[in-house]
Design a protein around this ligand. Structure first.
Ligand SMILES: [Zn+2]
Length: 324
């Protein structure tokens, strides 16, 4: 479910304004204090749905959203390197100093991957119906549509990658932490069905906090629906590549993210089902450090390869070519 996983915060970078970039070290101390304060506030609020929603808001505000307008410079949250914002965007949101891959929006990813002018978007107008009449859900959707520039947490469509035809679905963690509601499930299912009919491969970039709590059972049903469509695609002998990006968790991990014929991941991505604390409480054992990272999962055979963002386009085109 829409997890309040503290690990999400690790992807944070700090935007610096012109005046701030002189005193980088002092600034980073202040930022640390800010984060501490937010943590304290969170601990003090317990219980009601309203409080949970507030927590989610804080978490969402605290992830790696660029907040760029004032700042020409950003500071890598991992290595502390100060990077020029324009270069950072040209470098596909990778820190050139430490190689940290920051989160990308769905549109940015499509722009980086798909050949120019080849992309045809599917079901752009599909809207969430609020099936459970969850209070404030429609307002929330509108707010995210305005801030993230996507209609829902996934963008699907057809396009070519270095000339290779494919159907692609890209999730966007900026939209309600990429949570999977009925629209996400339906859009993906339709895209996979289109690929099956037209004998095309499917590539899905996952980024999700899990199933969308505001849609309850309707969101959980999407796991079965998407999996069934992928199985039919598989029975037709077609290729499905899933690319796990930071973060891929919950119901998305438990369905289409792990069903790829080939499963790739970006470096350092958080990949898991439940959060660390929940697992430890359930199995009553300590878990190894970093057990939900792409690197750990590669070592233990869950994923096939970690591919840097700079090599993703060529790698995907090659995989499609050898499977044609
Ligand atoms: Zn860095």
């Amino acid at each position: 479910m829409f997890k309040l996983n503290k690990v999400f915060k690790k992807t944070k970078y700090i935007t610096l304004t012109k005046e701030e970039d002189i005193n980088v070290n002092e600034k980073s101390k202040e930022e640390t204090n800010k984060v501490k304060k937010i943590k304290l506030n969170k601990n003090s609020s317990k219980g009601s749905i309203e409080n949970v929603e507030n927590k989610i808001k804080e978490d969402e505000n605290d992830t790696n959203k660029p907040n760029i307008p004032n700042g020409l410079w950003i500071k890598c949250g991992d290595c502390g390197e100060v990077l020029y914002k324009k270069d950072f965007d040209v470098d596909k949101k990778i820190c050139l100093s430490c190689g940290k891959h920051y989160r990308m929006s769905a549109r940015e990813r499509i722009y980086c991957l798909i050949d120019e002018e080849s992309f045809i978007e599917f079901d752009k107008e599909m809207k969430t119906m609020n099936p459970l009449n969850f209070q404030g859900y429609e307002e929330k959707i509108s707010k995210y549509q305005a801030s993230s520039k996507v209609e829902e947490a996934i963008v699907t469509g057809y396009g070519t990658i270095l000339g290779k035809k494919t159907v692609i679905g890209v999730m966007d963690s900026n939209f309600m932490m990429g949570s999977m509601g009925s629209v996400v499930g339906e859009k993906l299912t339709r895209a996979v069905e289109y690929a099956t009919e037209n004998k095309l491969p499917v590539i899905v970039f996952t980024a999700s906090g899990g199933a969308r709590m505001q849609e309850g059972i309707f969101s959980l049903m999407q796991m079965a629906k998407t999996s069934a469509a992928i199985e039919k695609h598989n029975e037709a002998g077609l290729l499905y590549i899933s690319v796990l990006t930071d973060p891929t968790t919950g119901g998305v991990t438990a369905s289409f993210a792990m069903l790829g014929d080939i499963i790739l991941s970006e470096p350092g991505a958080l990949i898991g089902f439940a959060g660390k604390r929940v697992i430890e409480q359930t199995i009553k054992q300590k878990l190894p450090k970093g057990f939900q990272t792409a690197e750990f999962l590669l070592e233990h055979g869950f994923i096939d390869k970690i591919v840097a963002r700079s090599e993703m386009k060529e790698t995907l085109a090659n995989i499609i070519e050898i499977h044609q």
